[in-house]
Design a protein around this ligand. Structure first.
Ligand code: ADP
Ligand code: MG
Length: 241
């Protein structure tokens, strides 16, 4: 079964058609990237797939479950259990500590940070992301790169079936971006968690197994180019020139 299956997805804002019959599918456990210039609709697609925005037409299934027709409350619960979202603008809660932000998807499902399972999971993620020392701080006290790591930890905490990550390295220097890539590779390695990574950085896209190029509201091309940032760059230039 596919982790994600988008079939003929359309979405407009006012008179602007952003997505125009987009088809995309990710096998379970796949690690793929979505590229395209600013404004081409990458974030719009991500929000549709996360069930946060309604499509005008078409179908999107996550693990075989239709998210387009889902009611808000059902979508929120489904998302907490099955989908990890790293938002481009982080969407952290400023009145809560870093560790509370990370644990939030589990706490909303009735678990407590003080339970050994949640505590262990949050501590392990903070360790992997190098943010353990920030546990009691609040997001507004952190740099952009640090907030990004918190957002990534929160997306991973519930061990989702798929992670949708919107420019998760956008605020990081290239060394830190590499670190996020290897972290995502590690998350993906077990084959249980699929990842869709939105980025416009060929170096980052190269950590995925396959790259899709979004143009004119559809996937214009897809290539298998893991590790080959030069080829992705070249393809990017050809696709958008
Ligand atoms: P990307 O993530 O690829 O940069 P987006 O999906 O954010 O692109 O945006 C695609 C297009 O839709 C852009 O032209 C943007 O201005 C427009 N858009 C996005 N969100 C909204 C919104 N809430 N209202 C109106 N237009 C929007
Ligand atoms: Mg975007």
């Amino acid at each position: 079964m596919e982790a994600l299956k988008a079939d003929d997805v359309w979405r407009r804002y006012g008179s602007q058609e952003v997505l125009k019959g987009l088809d995309l599918s990710l096998a379970s456990g796949a690690f793929e990237a979505l590229m395209g210039p600013s404004g081409c609709g990458k974030s719009t697609f991500l929000h549709l797939a996360a069930g946060l925005l309604a499509a005008d037409r078409g179908a999107i299934e996550i693990g075989g479950v239709d998210v387009v027709g889902m009611r808000d409350a059902v979508a929120a619960k489904f998302r907490r259990r099955h989908v990890g979202v790293v938002f481009q603008a982080f969407n952290l809660l400023n009145e809560k500590s870093v560790e509370d932000n990370i644990a939030l998807p589990l706490m909303l499902d009735g678990m407590r940070l003080s339970s050994p399972k949640v505590r262990g999971r949050v501590d392990a993620l903070m360790g992997e992301l190098g943010i353990s020392a920030l546990a009691r701080k609040r997001p507004e006290e952190l740099s952009g790169g640090e907030q990004q790591r918190v957002a990534i930890a929160r997306a991973l905490v519930a061990e989702p079936d798929i992670v949708l990550a919107d420019e998760p390295t956008g605020n990081l220097d290239s060394a830190s971006a590499k670190g996020i890539c290897s972290l995502l590779r590690g998350v993906n390695r077990g084959g249980k968690t699929a990842i869709l990574l939105v980025t416009h950085d060929p170096q980052v896209a190269a950590c995925a197994d396959r790259v899709h190029f979004l143009r004119d509201g559809r996937i214009a091309a897809s290539i298998d180019a893991r590790g080959d940032a030069a080829r992705i760059s070249q393809f990017y230039l050809e696709t958008y020139r």
